[in-house]
Design a protein around this ligand. Sequence first.
Ligand code: UTP
Length: 291
Amino acid sequence: MKPVRKAIIPAAGLGTRFLPATKALAKEMLPIVDKPTIQFIIEEALASGIEDIVIVDGKSKRSIEDHFDSNPELENNLREKGKDELLKVVEETTDINLYFIRQSHPRGLGDAVLTAKSFIGDEPFVVMLGDDLMDDDEPLTKQLIDRYNTTGESTLAVMKVPHDQVSEYGVIAPEKEVADGLHQVNSFVEKPKPEDAPSDLAIIGRYLLTPEIFEELENTKPGKGNEIQLTDAIDTLNKRQHVYAHEFKGSRYDIGSKIGFLTTNIEFGLKHPQTSEDLKKYIKDLAKKLD
Ligand code: UTP
């Protein structure tokens, strides 16, 4: 069995929910306190043993490439001023095996993954979405890799969501629980209406896939929203080889919506050593003025 060494981070979406901020800036560069969301994702990948990462970017995504490139002028300035801590922070983003591929038109998540086909080759890999930050004792990507190492099959991360929100997600129809928190799946449905949803177990932003997914993606026609849906290709793959669902029990921060983005910033701000005390005081004072 080949080891899981590569990750795809799709970042070519239009980010329409964050306009006008995302007109010229990638959604994945929006910061949580002081760090772009995509950097959290890359840190999770590295902590899970991933060696090579490809970012699928589109127009207006130069900021991502620049963020992970060196910036000699800034580095020299920090060095001259003796700001060693900041220099370390700036330099640690440049020493990663990162590659970039352009998705010429945002035809959907499935199409974004397909653009990375030749980079991945004949190996299992993970797809990590910048919309979802995960927190658990062990990184979620590592949890998926551990599952793969026992089953040798594709495995998606899922989580229970409120029933009235299922139409925002891909949802699974579980068949049976084959191990604690690991489901064999009957089918995968993209954004079902709540009355049609086969469960409340929603696919969250981490996927471990075998390379056979590319054949399915090549044959997948545009689905919901007229986009090539990764969920549709996964559903077809599941008819050929098992695709399991791993239930994530940690905390998920959904930063794909405005309210999720704001609340995540508050939660991370309350944990950040440079902001926690002041922010806590501010929130308490503000709460007194509300109502
Ligand atoms: P989303 O649907 O959440 O991203 O796609 P979006 O389309 O940018 O956002 P909104 O809905 O317009 O606000 C999930 C992930 O897939 C990527 C996005 O960048 C995001 O990380 N994606 C989506 C692509 O890379 N290419 C696409 O064609 C579509």
